[in-house]
Design a protein around this ligand. Structure first.
Ligand SMILES: [Fe+2]
Ligand SMILES: [Fe+2]
Length: 272
């Protein structure tokens, strides 16, 4: 079994794109990725998007994102599951994307695919760029993991648990130590995140952990004090190897990698 991991799509409704990244059509990037996966013959069980679906979107933006992702789902022939990132907003997401009453309730869930369990968690804190799992999700997760899934569990969340070279700890899940204690020794075989806009793979409590680059743009250190955002489009294909963990294959689509904007590193947290 395999699935596709996308992240940081940063989409907004047509004509409302954030001026900083106006040279990139974020929704088209997602369509390009799905077309590339389809033409490559990848038949995923599902597509997981680990947050920053929108760039400070309102309900209309989320309704647009829903139509784009519904198209993508039909094209690739698989459902799309999403989690929320720091640039997302719970109320507008619930209203525009889930088509339900707006509320600030965290969005998290568990679904099964042929013995593989996918758990999506909400690390986004309203009004904050940092990420944390609230007590309610931690106790819910602990209950879920009491019973192992036949092919293991994948957890999708926005803020990474891995230390990232060249970035300070403010980008990481704040309470990753508690989260680590909770998943260590369980059936969790992968922790997939985004947020940092670069590809990082490592282990966390012995579990494969990923912070992926995403579809909107990539972040690269330009000099000791400055970060450059460049035009780059990537996605990961994750193969679930029965009883033997996962393999993560990164695919990068051709672009000019032209620089879109530069930020002092001190201001980085607000931009991705
Ligand atoms: Fe983010
Ligand atoms: Fe982002």
């Amino acid at each position: 079994m395999k699935f596709i991991h996308l992240t940081d799509t940063h989409m907004n409704a047509a004509g409302k794109q954030d001026g900083l990244f106006a040279k990139v059509h974020m929704a088209d990037n997602v369509r390009k990725v799905i077309n590339h996966a389809k033409e490559s013959g990848i038949e995923p069980a599902f597509v997981l998007i680990t947050g920053d679906l929108s760039h400070e979107g309102d309900a209309a933006d989320y309704a647009y994102i829903r139509t784009v992702l519904d198209e993508c789902s039909e094209r690739i022939g698989a459902p799309v599951h999403v989690v929320l990132g720091n640039h997302d907003h719970r109320g507008p997401f619930r209203e525009g994307y889930l088509m339900e009453a707006p509320s600030e309730e965290p969005y998290y869930y568990s679904v099964m695919y042929g013995g593989l369990r996918l758990i999506g968690l909400n690390t986004q804190i309203p009004g904050d760029h940092a990420g944390e799992l609230d007590e309610r999700q931690l106790s819910w997760l602990s209950e879920q993991l009491k019973e192992a899934a036949p092919q293991g569990t994948i957890i999708g969340l926005h803020h990474p648990v891995l230390s990232i070279e060249g970035m300070d700890g403010s980008h990481l899940l704040k309470n990753r130590a508690v989260f680590g204690d909770l998943i260590a020794g369980t059936d969790v075989i992968g922790v997939l995140a985004g947020h940092v806009h670069s590809n990082n793979v490592g282990t966390f409590r012995g579990i494969c952990a990923v912070a992926a680059s995403g579809t909107a743009f990539a972040g690269e250190r330009a000099d000791p004090d400055t970060y450059a955002m460049v035009n780059a489009i990537g996605y990961n294909v994750v193969s679930v190897n029965a009883g033997e963990g996962i393999t993560v294959r990164t695919v990068e689509l051709p672009t000019g990698r032209e620089e879109l904007v530069r930020f002092p590193i001190a201001l980085l947290a607000a931009q991705h």
